[in-house]
Design a protein around this ligand. Structure first.
Ligand code: CUA
Length: 300
């Protein structure tokens, strides 16, 4: 949060520093006065010797009023700076227990737990929830925004430079709330256009073993009831879209780095890795299982 990488986070971090510095100075002054008050016991009950009423008016009314109004000014100007700018791209994010569905409606792209955005330009976010209240937070890019069931909320993101930024659910949403992470990858605009083009190319049906067998196992084991793979009949909407799952950085919304070993562990028994997750264990024979995992990793 204090290492901002976009205009919104810069505005918020700037306000944070102002509040921190002003409050720190005031805190030190108050603590010094408190120490004096504790150490100096009144020797008599006569009128106070250090300023009396004037001190109360200045220290207790005038100074706080000036400081609070000044801070209010900074706070309001930060709020104004966070207003939604004009944007070209719209991304829909749907919160689920405990992962993120990410849709690019105009580009017809669906993914999960990863957002790709062009660097140097704001993108518009439409947020909603499939179950309970979640909160979308990429500390280096912006503040937080809730995802609410039955209601859309709107937000925006901008990264000044290309890079990858961690995001996190910031509203307690159940057992695996802490393990509801995602990444935002900002690409130079031309690379972003190439990413969109790559994601729009239909999948090529696997033509070699064991990938063909893996695809067949995917349907036989019932994975398609919850998951979609575009270009195949799999069109489930309960779990993440797996069209390019092999290219994702993590599994289980940030639980594990995505590699073939972790993919095998995750598919075999997600409950051991992320207790309470909606995905059940997969029971298939070992040859079928290896083919299934190889097939999933081939979905780049
Ligand atoms: Cu979703 Cu916390």
């Amino acid at each position: 949060m204090l290492d901002p990488a976009g205009p919104a986070a810069e505005a918020i971090a700037g306000l944070w520093w102002i509040l921190f510095l002003v409050c720190s100075v005031y805190f030190v002054i108050v603590m010094m006065l408190l120490t004096v008050a504790v150490l100096r016991r009144p020797r008599d009950t006569g009128p106070p010797r250090y300023g009396g009423r004037a001190f109360i008016f200045i220290g207790g009314i005038a100074a706080p009023a000036v400081i609070l109004v000044t801070l209010l000014f900074f706070s309001l100007s930060t709020t104004a700076a966070l207003r939604q700018p004009e944007t070209g791209l719209t991304i829909q994010v749907v919160g689920h227990q405990w992962w993120w569905e990410v849709r690019y409606p105009e580009q017809d792209i669906v993914t999960a737990n990863e957002l790709f955005i062009p660097a140097g330009e704001p993108v518009r976010l439409e947020l909603s929830s499939a179950d309970v209240v979640h909160s979308f937070w990429v500390p280096r890019l912006h503040g937080k925004m809730d995802l609410l069931p039955g209601k859309k909320t709107y937000f925006w993101l901008e990264a000044r430079e290309p890079g990858t930024f961690r995001g996190q659910c910031a509203e307690f949403c159940g057992l695996q709330h802490a393990n509801m992470a995602f990444t935002v990858t900002a690409l130079p605009p031309r690379e972003f256009a190439a990413w969109v083009a790559r994601r729009q190319v239909p999948l090529v049906e696997p033509d070699a073993e064991p990938l063909r067998r893996g695809e067949e196992v995917f349907f036989r084991a019932g994975c398609h009831a919850c998951h979609a793979i575009r270009g195949t009949p799999a069109a489930g909407r309960i779990g993440p879209d797996l069209t390019h799952v092999g290219s994702r950085p993590t599994l289980g919304a940030g639980m594990l780095p995505n590699n073939i070993g972790n993919m095998a562990g995750w598919v075999a028994n997600p409950q051991a890795i992320k207790p309470g997750a909606r995905m059940p264990a997969t029971y298939v024979g070992s040859t079928d299982f290896q083919a299934l995992v190889a097939y999933l990793m081939s979905l780049q």
